[in-house]
Design a protein around this ligand. Sequence first.
Ligand code: F6P
Length: 549
Amino acid sequence: MRQPALTSTSSFLALESHAADAKDWQLRQLFAADAQRFPKLTVDAAGLFLDYSKNRLDANTIGLLLDLARERGVERQRDAMLAGEKINLTEHRAVLHTALRMPRGKALTVDGQDIGRDVHAVLDHIKDFTDRVRSGAWLGYTGKPITDVVNIGIGGSDLGPKMAVLALRSYAHPRLKMHFVSNVDGHDMDAALAQVNPETTLFIVASKTFVTAETMLNAGTARSWFLQTAKEEDLARHFVAVSTNTAAVQAFGIDPANMFPFWDWVGGRYSVWSAIGLAVALAVGFGYFSDFLAGAHAMDEHFRTAPLEQNMPVLLAMIGFWNRQFLNAGSLSIAPYHQDLSRFPAYLQQLDMESNGKRVTRGGAEVDTPTCPVVWGECGTNAQHAYFQLLHQGTDVTPIDFIAALRATHDLAGHHDSLLANCFAQSEAFMTGKTAAEVRADLTAQKLSEAEIDELAPHKTFPGNRPSNTILMDQLTPSTLGALIALYEHKTFVQGVIWDVNSFDQWGVELGKVLAKNIHAELTGDIKPERHDSSTNGLIIMAKAAQHI
Ligand code: F6P
């Protein structure tokens, strides 16, 4: 159904006028005016807790944001997605990553096929295979158990498994060392191969399409490296594939018995739940992988059934929309206060920006508001000692999502309290800031002269009033990690509905692929680089000259 332009909807207009009233709101005052702000502006779901009280809004704002969500058809479109309607219009595909985490026995028919059964047949294959590798029953070509797994993939076929394997480090098998090679830059593969032995290494070639240039080049390099010591017939014990493209997998020389399929209704950046998660299942075992799926499913059920007022993904999405639209926040910083979530910001970059980094609506018109902010981030406390300066005192307002676990998964004394203290102190500081009067009082107490105070006070003043969310979980477990990822997936979906963009295609990535192919031909062949601009021609000539030294 065609959506009217966002800015013409009555709920947007109501929000816009509310935003004009709320323009000068100060978070300090909002907290001072309502002792119940924290319980009112927090929500629990699927083992996660979201505190959104440190945003520049009130219950009335939330009501207006949810009116907009309703007017844009969030509930209707959510149900359409979950039912398998082909909501990915430009690729004529259903969007059913949620089906990958449905419990066994739940049927869902797409194009006449019970995909619930297909999903669980692949999960059974994953269980059988991962059990054998983990137990040591699966042997390499010289009769030794597998010690190293190299996942070769890029984008969604790398970021998800890599992020999850790191996040679930404390659940991992002690014998299996996991490696991830994604970059076409040979330094990536070179570094991985330097650490592994062909006799005990398993390569997973992970590619939805099995045509992605980077992955195909890396897989070919790994294969040649392996065949330096082993024979063709040994490949079957050391190379498996995860893909939707059986013919290409076979053409590459991987036995279809060693192929773990998935389906075109799984987007690359939503694929960690599919066989693309094979590296995760190998690392943590099928039991924990099932918990990971179950955690995500719990969030799916919450998203499907909770009223919008208590619906965590909807609230996170609408607050993000408020900040983007009315605070002009062009970026969103993700600050996991958990070292094991070190790749989570990178994972979210693809999820959010490849999904909603769009400027036309599903009907092909220009979107009439800003869309997806730039997503970036780094673990706290490291981030504090790097770029938090800008977040505190820079000229832009950057909302932050703090993510933390109340309990650690290690038992080192003294660390976790210190970590949480920093996390909570930062969100408090972003909110309250420090006024010039407070700074002057501090400096006076330190017995500085008036002149010194005049000089220092502007530098030590913090504007505050900077919005943040805090997402807490008891511990980072397979289940809470699953819920956390699903939370952001659904948040992304909801924002896509509000902006009326297709969150499930990625045409913007295609151009780069074509251009790189052309330049590759010029770099490696006799074609003279003269059809580009002078900069591009010049760079190609320099690279060609360097390679001939
Ligand atoms: O080029 C972008 C992209 O298509 C991503 O969406 C995807 O996750 C990645 O490339 C890898 O694709 P594939 O799994 O087909 O190799």
